[in-house]
Design a protein around this ligand. Structure first.
Ligand SMILES: C[S@@+](CC[C@H](N)C(=O)[O-])C[C@H]1O[C@@H](n2cnc3c(N)ncnc32)[C@H](O)[C@@H]1O
Length: 236
């Protein structure tokens, strides 16, 4: 083959293989947003391992007491739920996730808590939430705010269902890390730095002095953000 033809074939092969790689990462991004099918099952099992540390830190920050009623939004494979249910032995754990597959995985993982009536899981979306005003003492969000709508109405719903004096804990991976991850495309993921996360919380109704955001340095050079927000007692 002449040299120029060889180069052209090589270039074309590279373009085609890049396209497949892009599609692969796009598929992973979509699966993280809404796990389905066999790929979703695998993503679910991986999330249970990879998200262990952010869940551990975020759950500790909730400062749960035994009688708390706690809600997790976007529970995924349900490992966070299992940790919550061990800490609120006299309380209740609620969860909502849009993925039927994640509901099934999380329900298997938490069968005894569900059967005893301590845990209630729903398939549904973040907005609107099907609970009354001030229904929860604590609310947990780990790796889910990327999937909020651009207007962030979900945060107002969270603020509505949290009781005055209640605590919200949010973990997100910082935009500086997210921008390096090929699955986190703008088609599926919003990204947040400290300021964006604060804005989301304040627009949702949390008062600035009641919001604290910490930077976390996690394994593999991952930079995370942990927001702790208390709902104030004064009327909105
Ligand atoms: C990246 S996973 C995180 C799962 C879990 N919190 C963890 O730390 O392993 C995001 C989860 O949020 C759910 N989710 C995303 N957008 C949602 C929405 N608008 N309403 C309800 N669930 C949603 C997905 O189905 C998925 O299970």
């Amino acid at each position: 083959m002449p040299q120029t033809d060889h180069r052209a074939v090589h270039r074309k092969t590279k373009i085609i293989s890049n396209r497949y790689v892009d599609r692969f990462w796009q598929m992973i991004g979509k699966q993280l947003q809404h796990p389905t099918g066999v790929a979703g099952s695998i993503v679910g099992w991986l999330m249970a391992i990879i998200n262990d540390e952010p869940n551990r830190v975020a759950i500790a920050a909730l400062e749960l007491v035994e009688r708390d009623t706690v809600l997790e939004l976007g529970f995924g494979p349900g490992r966070g739920l299992a940790a919550l249910s061990c800490r609120v032995l006299q309380g209740q754990v609620y969860g909502v996730d849009q993925s039927a597959l994640m509901l099934a995985q999380a329900s298997r993982r938490n069968r005894s808590a569900i059967e005893s009536g301590q845990m209630n899981l729903l398939k549904g979306t973040f907005c609107p939430l099907p609970w009354k005003v001030a229904a929860f003492d604590k609310i947990l969000l780990v790796n889910v705010v990327y999937f909020f709508g651009p207007a962030g109405h979900e945060m107002s719903e969270i603020h509505r269902v949290l009781r005055p004096g209640g605590r919200l804990v949010v973990y997100v991976t910082d935009s500086s890390t997210m921008k390096k991850w090929p699955f986190a495309s703008p088609d599926t993921h919003l990204v947040f730095d400290q300021r964006d996360l604060r804005t989301l919380l304040e627009r949702g109704g949390f008062d600035a002095p009641e919001v604290t955001i910490h930077t976390l340095h996690l394994p593999f050079g991952i930079r995370g953000l942990l927001a702790i927000a208390e709902k104030s007692f004064k009327p909105a």
